[in-house]
Design a protein around this ligand. Sequence first.
Ligand SMILES: [Zn+2]
Length: 228
Amino acid sequence: MILQLLFPPKCVLCGKLLKREMLDLCHACRASAPHFCGRRKKRRYIRDWTALWYYEDMVRESLLRYKFSGRRSYALAYGRMLAMRIQQDLTESFDVLTWAPVSRRRKHKRGYDQAELLTRAVARELDKPVVRLLRKTRNNPAQSSMEDEAQRRANVLGVYQAVSPFPAVGKRVLLLDDIITTGSTAEECARVLLTAGAEAVFCAAIAVRRAGKEQSKTVGEDYAIVFK
Ligand SMILES: [Zn+2]
Protein backbone atom coordinates (compact mmCIF):
# COMPACT_ATOMS: atom_id res chain seq x y z
CA MET A 1 0.00 0.00 0.00
CA ILE A 2 2.76 2.43 0.96
CA LEU A 3 4.66 1.41 -2.15
CA GLN A 4 1.58 2.19 -4.20
CA LEU A 5 1.53 5.70 -2.76
CA LEU A 6 5.21 6.28 -3.37
CA PHE A 7 5.18 4.74 -6.83
CA PRO A 8 1.66 5.03 -8.18
CA PRO A 9 1.25 2.55 -11.03
CA LYS A 10 1.50 4.04 -14.49
CA CYS A 11 0.61 2.77 -17.93
CA VAL A 12 3.77 1.16 -19.39
CA LEU A 13 3.00 2.53 -22.83
CA CYS A 14 1.92 6.17 -22.36
CA GLY A 15 3.13 6.77 -18.78
CA LYS A 16 -0.20 8.13 -17.53
CA LEU A 17 -1.30 7.32 -13.98
CA LEU A 18 -3.55 4.28 -13.85
CA LYS A 19 -6.95 4.32 -12.20
CA ARG A 20 -7.49 1.82 -9.44
CA GLU A 21 -9.19 -0.87 -11.46
CA MET A 22 -6.50 -0.87 -14.15
CA LEU A 23 -3.33 -2.90 -14.31
CA ASP A 24 -0.34 -2.33 -16.60
CA LEU A 25 -2.18 -0.49 -19.41
CA CYS A 26 -4.66 2.38 -19.49
CA HIS A 27 -7.92 2.00 -21.43
CA ALA A 28 -6.72 4.16 -24.32
CA CYS A 29 -3.51 2.17 -24.82
CA ARG A 30 -5.31 -1.12 -24.45
CA ALA A 31 -7.55 -0.08 -27.32
CA SER A 32 -4.96 1.58 -29.56
CA ALA A 33 -1.69 -0.33 -28.95
CA PRO A 34 -0.37 -2.08 -32.07
CA HIS A 35 -1.27 -5.61 -30.91
CA PHE A 36 0.51 -8.40 -32.79
CA CYS A 37 -1.95 -10.08 -35.16
CA GLY A 38 -0.78 -13.57 -34.26
CA ARG A 39 0.25 -14.61 -37.76
CA ARG A 40 3.54 -16.41 -37.24
CA LYS A 41 6.13 -16.63 -39.98
CA LYS A 42 7.66 -20.14 -40.09
CA ARG A 43 11.15 -20.22 -38.62
CA ARG A 44 13.84 -22.77 -39.20
CA TYR A 45 14.93 -23.63 -35.65
CA ILE A 46 12.05 -22.16 -33.65
CA ARG A 47 9.05 -24.50 -33.42
CA ASP A 48 6.55 -21.76 -32.63
CA TRP A 49 6.66 -18.19 -31.34
CA THR A 50 4.57 -15.22 -30.34
CA ALA A 51 4.81 -11.55 -29.34
CA LEU A 52 2.66 -8.96 -27.62
CA TRP A 53 2.91 -5.96 -29.93
CA TYR A 54 4.51 -4.61 -33.07
CA TYR A 55 7.70 -2.66 -32.51
CA GLU A 56 6.47 0.82 -33.34
CA ASP A 57 5.30 4.14 -31.84
CA MET A 58 4.44 3.91 -28.12
CA VAL A 59 5.74 0.33 -27.89
CA ARG A 60 9.12 1.40 -29.20
CA GLU A 61 9.27 4.31 -26.77
CA SER A 62 8.24 2.09 -23.86
CA LEU A 63 10.94 -0.46 -24.71
CA LEU A 64 13.57 2.27 -25.03
CA ARG A 65 12.67 3.48 -21.53
CA TYR A 66 12.87 -0.11 -20.27
CA LYS A 67 16.25 -0.77 -21.85
CA PHE A 68 18.01 2.54 -21.57
CA SER A 69 16.24 4.71 -18.95
CA GLY A 70 16.27 2.31 -16.05
CA ARG A 71 12.56 1.39 -16.01
CA ARG A 72 13.25 -2.08 -14.66
CA SER A 73 9.77 -2.22 -13.14
CA TYR A 74 8.27 -2.55 -16.63
CA ALA A 75 9.44 -6.18 -16.62
CA LEU A 76 6.56 -7.10 -14.30
CA ALA A 77 3.92 -5.51 -16.51
CA TYR A 78 5.38 -6.88 -19.73
CA GLY A 79 5.75 -10.28 -18.08
CA ARG A 80 2.13 -10.44 -16.94
CA MET A 81 0.82 -9.54 -20.39
CA LEU A 82 3.27 -11.70 -22.32
CA ALA A 83 2.52 -14.72 -20.13
CA MET A 84 -1.15 -14.47 -21.12
CA ARG A 85 -0.24 -14.18 -24.75
CA ILE A 86 1.99 -17.27 -24.48
CA GLN A 87 -0.84 -19.25 -22.92
CA GLN A 88 -3.15 -18.26 -25.76
CA ASP A 89 -0.78 -18.77 -28.68
CA LEU A 90 1.70 -21.51 -27.81
CA THR A 91 -0.33 -24.67 -27.69
CA GLU A 92 2.59 -27.05 -27.16
CA SER A 93 4.10 -27.46 -23.71
CA PHE A 94 7.59 -26.45 -22.60
CA ASP A 95 9.69 -27.33 -19.56
CA VAL A 96 12.01 -24.40 -18.87
CA LEU A 97 12.40 -20.73 -19.72
CA THR A 98 15.62 -19.06 -20.74
CA TRP A 99 16.68 -15.84 -22.46
CA ALA A 100 18.98 -14.38 -25.09
CA PRO A 101 21.58 -12.73 -22.83
CA VAL A 102 23.43 -9.45 -23.33
CA SER A 103 27.21 -9.50 -22.97
CA ARG A 104 28.70 -9.28 -19.50
CA ARG A 105 30.06 -5.82 -20.31
CA ARG A 106 26.66 -4.48 -21.37
CA LYS A 107 24.93 -6.01 -18.35
CA HIS A 108 27.50 -4.42 -16.05
CA LYS A 109 27.06 -1.03 -17.68
CA ARG A 110 23.27 -1.10 -17.54
CA GLY A 111 23.06 -2.86 -14.18
CA TYR A 112 20.60 -5.46 -15.44
CA ASP A 113 19.88 -7.79 -18.33
CA GLN A 114 16.47 -6.74 -19.62
CA ALA A 115 15.69 -10.11 -21.21
CA GLU A 116 16.56 -11.96 -17.99
CA LEU A 117 14.23 -9.73 -15.92
CA LEU A 118 11.45 -10.30 -18.44
CA THR A 119 12.03 -14.06 -18.35
CA ARG A 120 11.84 -14.16 -14.55
CA ALA A 121 8.57 -12.16 -14.62
CA VAL A 122 7.00 -14.45 -17.24
CA ALA A 123 8.18 -17.57 -15.39
CA ARG A 124 6.51 -16.40 -12.18
CA GLU A 125 3.22 -16.05 -14.02
CA LEU A 126 3.51 -19.42 -15.75
CA ASP A 127 4.99 -21.17 -12.70
CA LYS A 128 7.91 -22.66 -14.66
CA PRO A 129 11.62 -22.74 -13.86
CA VAL A 130 14.14 -20.29 -15.34
CA VAL A 131 17.53 -21.71 -16.30
CA ARG A 132 20.46 -19.80 -17.77
CA LEU A 133 21.33 -21.80 -20.88
CA LEU A 134 23.26 -19.32 -23.04
CA ARG A 135 26.31 -17.11 -22.72
CA LYS A 136 27.17 -14.28 -25.04
CA THR A 137 30.82 -14.72 -25.84
CA ARG A 138 31.47 -11.67 -27.96
CA ASN A 139 30.22 -8.11 -27.75
CA ASN A 140 29.08 -7.82 -31.36
CA PRO A 141 27.84 -4.57 -32.93
CA ALA A 142 24.17 -3.92 -32.02
CA GLN A 143 21.71 -5.65 -34.35
CA SER A 144 19.76 -2.39 -34.48
CA SER A 145 22.66 -0.81 -36.40
CA MET A 146 21.99 -3.20 -39.32
CA GLU A 147 19.01 -3.32 -41.61
CA ASP A 148 19.91 -6.16 -43.91
CA GLU A 149 18.83 -9.67 -42.84
CA ALA A 150 21.95 -11.42 -44.17
CA GLN A 151 24.14 -8.92 -42.31
CA ARG A 152 22.20 -9.51 -39.12
CA ARG A 153 22.54 -13.28 -39.47
CA ALA A 154 26.29 -12.98 -39.98
CA ASN A 155 26.56 -10.58 -37.03
CA VAL A 156 25.11 -13.09 -34.52
CA LEU A 157 26.69 -16.26 -35.88
CA GLY A 158 28.86 -17.84 -33.16
CA VAL A 159 28.12 -15.09 -30.66
CA TYR A 160 26.15 -17.34 -28.26
CA GLN A 161 27.38 -20.48 -26.54
CA ALA A 162 25.42 -23.08 -24.59
CA VAL A 163 26.46 -23.44 -20.96
CA SER A 164 28.36 -26.60 -20.22
CA PRO A 165 27.35 -29.06 -18.88
CA PHE A 166 24.05 -28.34 -20.60
CA PRO A 167 21.14 -28.72 -18.12
CA ALA A 168 18.36 -28.89 -20.73
CA VAL A 169 19.18 -32.04 -22.70
CA GLY A 170 15.89 -33.50 -23.98
CA LYS A 171 13.97 -30.48 -22.61
CA ARG A 172 11.56 -28.19 -24.39
CA VAL A 173 12.78 -24.62 -23.99
CA LEU A 174 10.94 -21.30 -24.21
CA LEU A 175 13.39 -18.56 -25.19
CA LEU A 176 12.51 -14.97 -24.24
CA ASP A 177 13.78 -11.81 -25.84
CA ASP A 178 12.60 -8.21 -25.83
CA ILE A 179 12.35 -7.59 -29.59
CA ILE A 180 12.24 -9.84 -32.65
CA THR A 181 13.31 -7.80 -35.64
CA THR A 182 14.31 -10.22 -38.40
CA GLY A 183 14.52 -13.13 -35.95
CA SER A 184 18.25 -13.67 -36.53
CA THR A 185 19.17 -13.51 -32.84
CA ALA A 186 16.37 -15.83 -31.73
CA GLU A 187 17.14 -18.28 -34.54
CA GLU A 188 20.83 -18.35 -33.68
CA CYS A 189 20.03 -18.92 -29.98
CA ALA A 190 17.61 -21.70 -30.94
CA ARG A 191 20.21 -23.33 -33.19
CA VAL A 192 22.76 -23.34 -30.33
CA LEU A 193 20.19 -24.75 -27.86
CA LEU A 194 19.17 -27.55 -30.25
CA THR A 195 22.80 -28.38 -31.00
CA ALA A 196 23.45 -28.63 -27.24
CA GLY A 197 20.61 -31.17 -26.91
CA ALA A 198 17.34 -29.31 -26.31
CA GLU A 199 14.37 -31.18 -27.79
CA ALA A 200 12.51 -28.13 -29.10
CA VAL A 201 12.76 -24.35 -28.85
CA PHE A 202 9.85 -21.89 -28.69
CA CYS A 203 10.20 -18.14 -28.55
CA ALA A 204 8.28 -15.17 -27.13
CA ALA A 205 9.05 -11.45 -27.28
CA ILE A 206 7.50 -8.20 -26.15
CA ALA A 207 7.56 -6.81 -29.67
CA VAL A 208 8.10 -7.94 -33.24
CA ARG A 209 8.73 -5.92 -36.37
CA ARG A 210 5.58 -5.70 -38.49
CA ALA A 211 5.88 -7.76 -41.66
CA GLY A 212 4.51 -5.92 -44.68
CA LYS A 213 0.74 -5.62 -44.61
CA GLU A 214 -0.03 -7.29 -41.28
CA GLN A 215 -2.89 -5.54 -39.49
CA SER A 216 -2.90 -5.05 -35.74
CA LYS A 217 -5.37 -7.15 -33.88
CA THR A 218 -8.37 -5.27 -32.51
CA VAL A 219 -8.93 -5.52 -28.80
CA GLY A 220 -11.77 -7.59 -27.53
CA GLU A 221 -11.19 -10.63 -29.72
CA ASP A 222 -9.10 -13.04 -27.72
CA TYR A 223 -6.65 -10.55 -26.23
CA ALA A 224 -7.38 -11.02 -22.56
CA ILE A 225 -8.05 -7.85 -20.67
CA VAL A 226 -6.07 -7.39 -17.52
CA PHE A 227 -8.15 -6.10 -14.66
CA LYS A 228 -7.59 -6.83 -11.04
ZN1 LIG B 1 -1.58 4.32 -21.69
